[in-house]
Design a protein around this ligand. Structure first.
Ligand SMILES: Cc1cc2nc3c(=O)[nH]c(=O)nc-3n(C[C@H](O)[C@H](O)[C@H](O)COP(=O)(O)OP(=O)(O)OC[C@H]3O[C@@H](n4cnc5c(N)ncnc54)[C@H](O)[C@@H]3O)c2cc1C
Length: 415
């Protein structure tokens, strides 16, 4: 069996893996990425948030991503079946920061980032699956993997960054997985040739459709006239729809007044796919000789497009700490990494919970809309969930509940 030595082994060439690899490589360390699939490969997660631009910038990816011509994204529009609209423009957000981002086909984005990191000198080995990891007492490790030829090989590393996404390599191998406290949800989605798009929407924002209590849909337009569309709900909702996945999705779309006409008869680019029970978390995001980044750490829910932003923000933060540790500094992983990440995750969690229990719809689809409040919630939706000057981040649960009380009061006064 061949054995290779690197400073840092990165598992997974998703956005999280590529960002971490680039930053550690720039600091002068020998990095290697191993990736189970051949790229381009499909993965869901097509609507980015402005906050993620900071990590893409730190990794040196922005010029290449800009040059690719992805659909620019300036906001998010929420609609309900009564035709009420809440349109967030990132240009209005409270926090200083990026005001726009992109809507992307992930096969294209992820291939682009992995190619860029290869150009920077980091080898990416595709079709290579990590099968075993042994850690020594000093945190160094020997990882066994299967090569495209089906042979086993080993990589010895001083440190491992696990960015394996839904693969969750280290949590599964070392029993660190924990069930999420969110109920299991399911999605049925496809890409649609959106020929009537211009009659209905500006493509430079995503549309989130509040279809029924606990049921919502995303519409994410891409630059080539294709739009990603998927419904999300607890699994039981889909049981009422029969036939092939295409027949089911067409029937669900036809039942929603906001998108029925727009997508009627439009071509589906692939048979609708199902993903379910995606929420997951784990005990710890780090250990002796490794750190978990991106989806491996905790994934809540897709409703606010937070996945890629949390993935690249965590891997940027982790990569900086890996460099400091390799430089001989003592790193407090709990305080400087996990606690910081959880601050952002927990702020998002408030809004995810409030979306599914209907409080957020009450806020969004309402005439009582103080501008400063809208702008502060807009910052959350732009991914700025670490801004402690924003009380809708710092004290999110209480502020959401306070707002609901003010809405109720304004209705009583009107009445
Ligand atoms: C229904 C749904 C909709 C979503 N919508 C959005 C959205 O609009 N916006 C958003 O930001 N996020 C969204 N997400 C979340 C998004 O999919 C993830 O957060 C994002 O892909 C995480 O990136 P990552 O780099 O951590 O992992 P990934 O992108 O999953 O990359 C991990 C890589 O690791 C590789 N790997 C796995 N196991 C191994 C192994 N054993 N050896 C080697 N390599 C391995 C995989 O092949 C993969 O390429 C959505 C999620 C769901 C479920």
């Amino acid at each position: 069996m061949t054995t290779e030595q690197v400073d840092v082994l990165v598992i997974g060439a998703g956005p999280s893996g590529s960002v971490a690899a680039s930053i550690i490589n720039k600091a002068g360390y020998k990095v290697k990425i191993v990736e189970k699939e051949q790229f381009p490969r499909f993965v869901i997660g097509e609507s980015l948030l402005p906050k993620c631009m900071e990590a893409l910038d730190a990794a040196g990816f922005l010029p290449a991503v800009k040059a690719h011509g992805f659909q620019e994204k300036y906001g998010a529009k929420f609609v309900n079946t009564a035709g009420q609209i809440m349109d967030f423009n990132f240009s209005d957000q409270f926090t200083e920061g990026w005001k726009w981002t992109w809507q992307v086909k992930r096969a294209e984005l992820d291939t682009l980032l992995a190619t860029e990191v290869e150009k920077m000198g980091v080898p990416v080995e595709y079709k290579t699956t990590v099968t075993d990891i042994k850690f020594a007492a000093d945190g160094s490790s020997t990882t066994t993997m299967t090569t495209p030829a089906g042979e086993a090989k080993q990589v010895e590393a001083k440190f491992i960054v696990d960015g394996s996404g839904y693969g969750r390599v280290i949590p599964r191998m070392f029993g660190m997985e924990r069930p999420s406290n969110l109920p299991p949800r399911k999605t049925l989605f496809t890409h649609i040739r959106d020929t009537r798009r211009n009659n209905y929407v500006e493509p430079n924002r995503i549309l989130i459709v509040d279809h029924a209590p606990g049921v919502w849909a995303w519409c994410i337009p891409f630059s080539d006239g294709i739009t990603s569309c998927g419904f999300v709900s607890e699994p039981g909702f889909f049981d009422a729809f029969t036939g092939t996945p295409e027949e089911q999705l067409r029937a669900i779309i036809a039942s929603d007044p906001n998108i029925a006409e727009r997508f009627e008869g439009c071509e589906f680019l692939f048979e609708p796919r199902v993903i379910q029970s995606w929420s997951a978390t784990c005990d710890k995001f780090f250990g002796d000789g490794f750190v978990l980044t991106g989806n491996v750490t905790e994934f809540l829910d897709p409703v606010f497009s937070s996945g890629v932003t949390l993935a690249v923000t965590s891997s940027r933060m982790a990569a900086d700490l890996v460099v400091r540790q390799l430089n001989g500094e003592k790193v407090d992983w709990q305080k400087d990494y996990m606690d910081v990440m959880m601050t952002g995750v927990d702020a998002f969690r408030t809004y995810v919970m409030a979306w599914y229990d209907g409080r957020l719809q009450k806020i969004f689809f309402n005439d009582y809309r103080p501008t400063d409040v809208v702008n502060k919630i807009c910052s959350v939706l732009a991914g700025y969930v670490w801004d402690q000057n924003n009380e809708y981040v710092k004290d999110s649960e209480n502020q959401v509940n306070r707002l609901i009380r003010m809405i109720d009061l304004s209705k009583q006064i009107e009445a």
